[in-house]
Design a protein around this ligand. Structure first.
Ligand SMILES: Cc1cc2nc3c(=O)[nH]c(=O)nc-3n(C[C@H](O)[C@H](O)[C@H](O)COP(=O)(O)O)c2cc1C
Length: 261
């Protein structure tokens, strides 16, 4: 228990400096398709033993217009984005239902790197969710049932432990635990992704990939905001034709820009 042991005082970090000199990121070595770079950097982070490099800070914003951020574990990189699993009836689930646009950030201090991804979020198929849930350890499966609704109030730790014990009786370990219908995966389809590599003198390398506007948008406007692009891609997603369009021809799908640090 730390109550009473620490006195509140101000803290000053203004003299703390770290020189960033662990790597370089340049256009020449950047692939046309940023998902390849995402996978390459993720692989390097795993090799360098960054703890849980697939943990991502996920920011959402619902109708209350108040951004909310929390960590989730990315479980898969797909051809078009990233997948994570959560409770659909959580604060993030409510935000996504109200506004399906989100941004996520990986930060790997050891490598002086961050990756920012932004795009449209949608539930993955039920079959895929169930396959993943059935792979989870038994007690995590039970834990998912306890968190209902996730971020709802609970009277005490004891009350939570009692629910856990009761659910273990209801779903004994020798039988398969059903996948809660309020729980599952989301895929964030990447419309924009920025790779950031720390460099000396604050002159960091920042490469931004933006998904090119869909044919529909190009014919109707010369320039579009990210919001337009995301909305158009959402339309395309709904029409089911996004998958067919870009990945066979990645050179046309992404625009690469260097940003000032
Ligand atoms: C390292 C780490 C990994 C986490 N992974 C997940 C996850 O994969 N899914 C999830 O729902 N919550 C995860 N959480 C908990 C969330 O950060 C958060 O507390 C919870 O999802 C409720 O968020 P919400 O009320 O904003 O929806 C993780 C937390 C940490 C610190």
């Amino acid at each position: 228990m730390i109550t009473g042991m620490i006195k509140v005082k101000t803290m000053d970090f203004s003299d703390k400096r770290v020189s960033y000199a662990k790597g370089v990121l340049d256009e020449a070595s950047a692939p046309h398709n940023p998902i390849e770079l995402l996978e390459y950097w993720m692989q390097e982070a795993v090799e360098q033993q960054v703890p849980e490099p697939y943990a991502i800070s996920l920011a959402t914003c619902g109708n209350d217009r108040m951004p909310a951020v929390r960590t989730v574990l990315m479980r898969e990189i797909t051809a078009s984005g990233i997948v994570f699993y959560t409770n659909y009836q959580s604060a993030k689930g409510d935000d996504i239902a109200q506004n399906p646009l989100a941004e996520g950030l990986f930060f790997w201090h050891e490598m002086q790197r961050q990756i920012r991804v932004r795009g449209h979020v949608a539930k993955i198929s039920r079959a895929k969710t169930e396959a993943y849930f059935q792979k989870r350890p038994y007690e995590s499966q039970i834990g998912a049932w306890v968190s209902q609704p996730q971020s709802g109030e609970v009277a005490s730790r004891d009350a939570m432990d009692a629910t856990f014990a009761q659910l273990k009786q209801q779903y004994p370990p020798n039988k398969s635990v059903p996948t809660p219908d309020f729980w599952g995966g989301y895929e964030l389809t990447i419309a924009e992704i920025e790779f950031w590599q720390g460099r000396p003198n604050r002159l960091h390398d920042r490469l931004l990939y933006r998904q090119n506007m869909s044919q529909n948008t190009q014919s109707s406007k010369l320039q579009g905001t990210l919001q337009d692009t995301l909305q158009d891609n959402l339309q395309d997603n709904l029409q089911g034709n996004l998958q067919d369009k870009g990945h066979n021809n990645p050179q046309q799908q992404w625009t690469l820009t260097r940003l000032l640090p």
